[in-house]
Design a protein around this ligand. Structure first.
Ligand SMILES: NC(=O)c1ccc[n+]([C@@H]2O[C@H](COP(=O)([O-])OP(=O)(O)OC[C@H]3O[C@@H](n4cnc5c(N)ncnc54)[C@H](O)[C@@H]3O)[C@@H](O)[C@H]2O)c1
Ligand SMILES: [Zn+2]
Ligand SMILES: [Zn+2]
Length: 373
């Protein structure tokens, strides 16, 4: 079928993207779904910094690529053995999990070996690409999703069924920002009631972490960002203190928490800020990072402190979530009012406005924007 999709042909073009237009909204041919695959009509797709990192070249992916990885939509056609029906509403997770590899069997589907391999190749879990351009080339899939398109073919292993009454623009956020941020707070930081917590970076992922920290009962909750309106939003969402981002943030967090926060979550994707997060962590505490820095970036730490201060440093991919378990749980928390993720949604846009949307993400104007399709 013929589908309008947002294709990145070249990375590293100069911002503003409204002028350089790295993303081309074009018509592609989409193959039908194979066994275990779904044809999904995308209804909402979120703009994440991980998309921006492919656009600006700090995260290198095979190109051309039909971009986007945070989406919700409706199943139009279900391949044999997919376990879904036409009409099902789905949220897509950005790691397909095969269910059979050693990491999946160990309960760590975010680390699925075949899923990571397919994502690295820009292919679907079942192998190969389903997109075809009019010049005969085969654009790659972004993280098994390619969210910025009217219709997509995905592995059923990327999809989680959700209730049909959840608005698509809210549902989409669960696919990346909420799984990643809330999961980092719950599964990776394991925040306990009464603990002190600091969150560095208040984009979609950081604010989702902040909301889960609040829901988990963090007592002192410090929100750090370089952008003032994001700190103000964090305060409205329950942060007890806000701190301007920068090297001085470490001392401020230590003052507020009386020697460092017990749990510090870095969502900036900036390696020196991860070091600040580590320095702002109290002895015996845990630093969690979800940010995806440039692959060349290195982190250096005072090695003794890890031992003598019994600190823990943890990476968190997909919030260490099990999407089929956690998407429904997090949606229940949203419905109960404990996780008001609708507050993250700052802009709605059309597919044709996508370059302008990435300018707003890059310059800090937007929190989470959703393309409504
Ligand atoms: N681990 C995962 O599974 C996973 C999933 C999704 C996104 N990510 C990564 O998480 C990061 C956050 O994603 P996002 O979509 O929320 O991005 P975002 O751009 O919306 O948010 C990042 C925030 O960090 C802030 N920031 C930048 N420099 C700072 C500094 N020095 N001090 C304090 N704050 C600073 C920015 O102002 C911004 O608000 C990105 O690196 C993204 O690639 C990781
Ligand atoms: Zn993302
Ligand atoms: Zn697997």
């Amino acid at each position: 079928m013929r589908v309008r999709a947002a294709v990145l042909r070249e990375s590293g073009r100069e911002a503003p993207y409204a002028a350089s237009r790295p993303i081309d909204v074009t018509t592609l041919e989409l193959d039908p779904p194979g066994p275990g695959e779904l044809l999904v009509r995308v209804r909402a797709a979120g703009l994440c910094h991980s998309d921006l990192s492919v656009i600006n070249g700090s995260r290198r992916r095979p190109l051309p690529m039909a971009l986007g990885h945070e989406a919700a939509g409706e199943v139009v056609e279900a391949g044999a053995g997919s376990g879904f029906e036409p009409g099902d509403h789905v949220v897509l997770a950005f790691v397909p999990s095969c269910g059979d590899c050693e990491r999946c069997v160990a309960g760590r589907p975010a680390l699925c070996g075949p899923g990571a391999a397919a994502n690295g190749q820009g292919a679907l879990l079942g192998g190969g690409m389903r997109w075809r351009a009019d010049d005969g080339s085969r654009p790659y899939h972004h993280l098994g999703v390619s969210a910025f398109a009217e219709h997509i073919v995905v592995s059923a292993r990327s999809a989680v069924k959700v209730d049909a009454d959840l608005p698509f623009e809210i549902a989409a956020l669960f696919g990346c920002a909420v799984l990643t941020g809330a999961g980092a707070a719950l599964h990776s930081a394991r925040i306990q009631a009464g603990e002190s917590v600091a969150v560095l970076g208040l984009g979609g992922v950081g604010l989702a972490a902040l909301l889960m920290a609040k829901a988990a009962g963090a007592s002192t909750l410090v929100a750090v960002d370089v952008v003032e309106h994001k700190r103000e939003l964090a305060a409205r969402l329950g942060a007890t203190h806000t701190v301007a981002g920068g090297p001085e943030a470490v001392e401020r967090i230590r003052e507020i928490t009386g020697g460092g926060a017990e749990k510090v979550i870095d969502t900036t994707g900036v390696a020196p800020v991860l070091r600040q997060a580590y320095d702002a962590t109290r002895s015996g505490g845990t630093t969690v990072t979800v940010g995806l820095p440039d692959p060349e970036a290195q982190l250096s730490l005072p090695a003794l402190s890890l031992v003598a201060e019994e600190k823990t440093l943890r990476g968190s991919y997909l919030g260490s979530c099990v999407p089929r378990r956690d998407v429904p749980r997090f949606i229940e928390l949203y419905r109960s009012g404990a996780l008001p993720v609708d507050a993250l949604l700052s802009h709605r846009l059309t597919l044709d406005e996508i370059n302008e949307g990435f300018d707003r993400l890059a310059d800090g104007t937007a929190v989470r924007q959703v393309v409504v399709l």
